[in-house]
Design a protein around this ligand. Structure first.
Ligand code: NAD
Length: 287
């Protein structure tokens, strides 16, 4: 069997197109131009690339984008003050603090992220949004797992009644993925570094999500024939070589559909961020 390859760019384009249409509606019906503020502290080169990419995508879709650059010497209190200002700013609907924070304030990351108004928390990391996701209320959901679900929907892949297995239990991928898949009526198992007989569990999956950060860890013998394999992992194994958590070539022989790395799930994240900015704006005006 040779799997259908789920290319992220195709789905990202569709997600962005629908966000662009929503932005137009907000402008026309509510005279509201959604605004995103991204705070970047220090000069981490990878973070600068990500922030530029977010800014560019906002511009493409007609979303107002404000990049707040703060020096690496910024104190926790200065950063909290900036977040308070943006929380109060009516022209800003979404706020994101680019991670990682510089070493001097890294230990305060949780307190800093929790200062963001939950209605503007477009990363979906605030405990209020986590709680809403768990209880099934409308929430801002972390972009990467939300993007995976959107992709499955757009690809016409049924989730209802399926056995789903997630490898990884992080707050930004594994745990939200559990709740999103469960809300779609999948029967979900979450595996992690203490799981015994991992391959036995993963072989039960109709939908297998790998989010562990271990290059090519998931081999073909861990996959049920015909499964849908979503590879969230991004692992740099050489200066210019990225691979996922799944041994792609071998897995593509046995799966029915699979995401590549690079070029798969990674491309959905910024598109979903744009969607979250629109969702935040709508939640704020009760639309
Ligand atoms: P994390 O390090 O926070 O969590 C990894 C999880 O994998 C942990 O829960 C751990 O228990 C589990 N794990 C580790 N080794 C294991 C093993 N041998 N067997 C079973 N489980 C094991 O990672 P994260 O932040 O969730 O990210 C996971 C991967 O996804 C990384 O490669 C990261 O770069 C990638 N990622 C991609 C995007 C994107 O595409 N935009 C976003 C976030 C994360």
């Amino acid at each position: 069997m040779s799997a259908k390859i789920l290319y992220g760019k195709d789905f990202a384009a569709q997600i962005k197109e629908s966000a662009r249409a929503e932005v137009e509606k907000l402008k026309n019906n509510f005279n509201l131009t959604p605004g995103l503020a991204v705070i970047i502290v220090g000069e981490n080169p990878a973070s600068q690339v990500y922030v530029r990419n977010k800014h560019k995508t906002c511009e493409e879709l007609g979303i107002k984008s404000e990049v707040v650059e703060m020096p690496a010497s910024t104190s926790k209190d200065e950063l909290l003050k900036k977040i308070d200002e943006l929380n109060a700013d009516k022209s800003i609907n979404g706020i994101l603090v680019q991670l990682p924070l510089p070493d001097a304030i890294k230990n305060h990351s949780e307190e800093i992220l929790n200062r963001i108004d939950p209605l503007k928390d477009v990363d979906g990391f605030h405990p209020v949004n986590v709680g809403k996701l768990v209880t099934g209320s409308p929430a801002l959901v972390p972009c990467t797992p939300a993007g995976c679900i959107e992709m499955l929907d757009l690809a016409g892949i049924e989730i209802d009644g399926k056995r789903a297995v997630i490898i990884g239990r992080s707050n930004i991928v594994g745990k939200p993925m559990l709740h999103l898949l469960m809300a779609k009526n999948a029967t979900v198992t979450v595996c992690h570094s203490h799981t015994k007989n991992l391959a036995e569990v993963t072989r039960e999956a109709d939908i297998l999500v790998a989010a562990m950060g271990k290059p090519k860890f998931v081999t073909a013998d861990m996959i049920k024939a015909g499964a849908v394999v979503i590879d969230v992992g991004i692992n740099r194994i050489a200066p210019k070589k990225l691979v996922g958590d799944v041994d792609f070539d071998a897995a593509a022989e046995i799966a029915s559909a699979i995401t590549p790395v690079p070029g798969g799930v990674g491309l959905l994240t910024v598109a979903m961020l744009m969607k979250n900015v629109v969702t935040a704006a709508k939640l704020q005006i009760g639309a």
